[in-house]
Design a binder for this molecule. Structure first.
Ligand SMILES: [Zn+2]
Ligand SMILES: [Zn+2]
Length: 259
């Protein structure tokens, strides 16, 4: 039985049909949670899921009956949502869970999905920003391996201070994108069959060829090659392309009070 059938929560990429639900639950979480004033000019940004989807990968947590109960925007290829992160860093923002769906693990599943996708994209580190008052989110981040990074704290506006958290990704399972053997520990704790130093030839091949295996789950990728580009798709973690497609540069997201 699939997760969809069992009524358990699962995470998938958002479609345009999800945008109104994402807008409603994000505003409810930020304004209803007391983190953003109802008249703040950040509220229209929280509700503008279409711009978000043009600048980042928007993921949703879906509960029983297909109801969208949470959402997050993930940026693994830079762009306007990664304005405060370094070149190789992954970022997520606007993590929100519907107030009526709290306590069921939707936030954790969304963050775990972000971690897996960042590994699949070959990223080594997450950098996120959060309001100092979002203490429930901080507990979740710390439980999932994020650590306070005071050196990265910043103020997008004079009246707004944001805390920085980071998480290195080197402890998460990873597979070789060329030969498919485990490079780091597997989820079941068993030992990798090979060690990173043995993949020198794989690295050389990957400079010339598309990846064949997903770094985050080891699944064989569906590879499509054109004269100038390639696209490798994992059924669970989405597509990687030879060069990231240019993101629609919408109005830069306001960074006033996001996570
Ligand atoms: Zn290899
Ligand atoms: Zn995968």
């Amino acid at each position: 039985m699939s997760a969809q059938d069992s009524g358990a929560l699962f995470v998938r990429e958002a479609s345009a049909a999800d945008h109104p639900a994402i807008a409603a639950l994000t505003v409810a979480a930020y304004v209803g949670g007391g983190f953003t004033a109802p008249d703040s000019d950040y509220v229209p940004t929280l509700a503008d899921v279409t711009s978000r989807a043009g600048a980042a990968d928007v993921l949703v947590a879906v509960g029983g009956g297909g109801v969208v109960v949470g959402s997050v925007a993930l940026a693994v290829d830079g762009g306007p949502y990664a304005e405060n992160a370094g070149p190789g860093d992954a970022v997520f923002r606007m993590l929100a869970v519907s107030p009526s769906a709290r306590g069921r693990g939707a936030g954790e599943q969304l963050v775990r999905a972000c971690l897996e996708r960042a590994v699949a994209a070959g990223r080594d580190r997450f950098v996120i920003s959060t309001q100092p008052s979002m203490t429930a989110a901080h507990r979740l981040y710390e439980r999932l391996g994020f650590r306070r990074n005071p050196a990265g704290d910043w103020s997008p506006r004079p009246d707004v201070s944001l805390w920085s958290y980071t998480r290195e990704l080197v402890d998460l399972p990873a597979w070789c994108a060329h030969c498919g053997s485990a490079k780091r520990g597997r989820p079941d704790g068993s030992r990798p069959d090979r060690w990173p130093g043995e993949h020198g030839k794989c690295r050389a091949a990957l400079a010339m060829e598309p990846p064949r295996y997903c770094r985050a789950c080891g699944r064989r990728l569906i590879v499509q090659v054109t004269a100038t580009s390639w696209r490798s798709t994992c059924s669970r973690h989405g597509a990687r392309t030879a060069a990231p497609p240019p993101r629609v540069r919408t109005a830069p997201p306001r960074s006033g009070d996001e996570t």
